[in-house]
Design a protein around this ligand. Structure first.
Ligand SMILES: CC(C)(COP(=O)(O)OP(=O)(O)OC[C@H]1O[C@@H](n2cnc3c(N)ncnc32)[C@H](O)[C@@H]1OP(=O)(O)O)[C@@H](O)C(=O)NCCC(=O)NCCS
Length: 181
């Protein structure tokens, strides 16, 4: 998939270009993730820590498991990915979403653009459901999901250790009706 046309405009930024990530994006992708760690909003504390791990992770996200980036003027504004959903027994057609926007570019509609593009990519890849999970106090994540057709499934209590304490985690899902037949 090349550049994906999206129906939403970014208010105070020119329209970012949304494209598949490439290996050269790995460092910026990790940097944006690291910001969310600092903000207490990232779910995997040691994720994308080493250069090798970053590049491997970008390379793994091809085909049915895309990694999209929003780029403007040569700079990455954010990224969104679909990964296999790690539960047992394995359920085909269900994938997990991650989305992270550079701290300097949040609240400009970039997350919504990327989310819409990711939903299109998931549909085109034949998946029937996307799962997301994040800390319960993540108002931005919850609002973005509400606006883009996700359903809140429920809340796991005291589920993950973040910022020095056990935190509740909200689970969200997005069904893709075209692939449910
Ligand atoms: C969640 C996140 C991806 C949203 O991206 P974004 O580009 O800032 O979101 P958008 O600008 O597209 O906003 C979408 C809607 O959410 C709302 N929103 C954004 N940030 C918000 C906040 N902190 N509190 C409440 N609402 C918020 C926006 O106002 C907008 O609604 P509106 O159109 O009615 O104004 C971004 O905040 C982020 O990267 N957070 C850290 C990582 C994370 O939490 N990821 C989600 C879990 S994987």
């Amino acid at each position: 998939m090349d550049t994906i046309p999206t129906p939403f405009r970014v208010d105070s930024l020119p329209q970012p270009r949304i494209r598949n990530a490439e290996k050269r994006d790995a460092a910026e992708i990790a940097q944006i993730y690291h910001q969310a760690t600092q903000d207490g909003l990232a779910t995997f504390e040691s994720f994308l820590a080493s250069p090798d791990e970053r590049e491997r992770w970008v390379e793994e996200h091809r085909g049915r498991f895309p990694l999209l980036v929003a780029e403007w003027s040569g700079r990455l504004l954010g990224w969104a990915s679909l990964s296999p959903y790690p539960i047992r027994p394995h359920i085909d057609g269900v994938v997990e979403m991650l989305i992270y926007i550079d701290r300097d570019f949040r609240r400009h509609g970039v997350g919504r653009e990327l989310m819409r593009a990711l939903q299109v990519a998931a549909r085109e890849s034949g998946h029937r459901k996307i799962i997301g999970r994040f800390v319960v106090h993540n108002d931005a994540g919850r609002t973005l999901c509400r606006q883009t057709g996700w359903r809140e499934v429920g809340v796991h209590l005291k589920h993950m250790y973040l910022d020095g304490r056990w935190q509740d985690m909200v689970i969200v899902e997005y069904l893709i009706p075209e692939n449910l037949k």
